[in-house]
Design a protein around this ligand. Sequence first.
Ligand code: L34
Length: 295
Amino acid sequence: MDTIIIDGKALSKTIKEELRGEVERIKENGGKIPHLGAVLVGDNPASESYVRSKVRSCEQCGFKSTLIRKPANITQPQLLSIIDDLNKDEDLDGFIVQLPLPEHIDEETITLAINPKKDVDGFHPVNFGRMALGLPSYLPATPNGIMEMLKRYNIETSGKHCVVVGRSNIVGKPMSILMSGKSYPGNCTVTLTHSRTKDLKEETLRADIIIAAIGIPDFITADMVKDGVVIIDVGINRVEDETAKRGYRLKGDVDYKNVFPKASHITPVPGGVGPMTVASLLTNTFLASKNEIFD
Ligand code: L34
């Protein structure tokens, strides 16, 4: 079978060019330039790289961006006070607090402090709840990026069996809701699997679409998938590699090399879901600048 590689990098570039065009029109008409804020706490190298990519992408689209960097020893009240300022900043359309946060800071408290109208990550319970009910909301960036990939590659989802591996609040759980939703891409029969699933292979072998978001390199192996499966690999695991320039290599949750020949479509790592996460964040920020989700 000829496997189609879902090129997230190229797709994110297309989406960013579309946004850039929109921003140029806004500039001509003297409208509001989209403005994204990002809070980065500590110096986790992966977080730094993702946030850098978000800021750079804002520049590419003609958006304004504000990056706030704070040391890992910032207190929770100090961080909450920054969020309060960002909530009140009238020029700022939306902002994110990059996760993970240091141990002494409670992520739930932080997420709850963000004004849902500015929650372009879609992590606040108001947005999550609206998403679950099928109401207009900021969709979480990674799941939304995956929906966009399925759409732009015209992948049939209606009536298909989708197996989601991993139940995190930011990927697995929302993904299972979106894929079972009553519109395209969706209308799937969804199985949400996790660490307590009894026979995972039995589940994945029945899948037409597998969304792997478990955070373990090469977790989904060729014997676990059927021919013609659509593979969406959310994993971005850093594995040591002395021969690599940076001393590590990025690996997905799927054993790409061996699963590839069985798949009808597959996302690579890097260059798959990761860049789409960034593109979706920009789309949400654009919507926020137009007040399209909330008024
Ligand atoms: N608040 N925290 C908040 N919002 C988010 O949406 C995120 N996420 C996840 C981690 N924490 C967050 C991201 O931004 C994951 N994530 C993310 C963003 C971008 C990329 C991967 C994950 C990405 O661009 N990945 C590239 C490779 C980057 C590299 O070389 O390290 C790729 O091609 O997969």
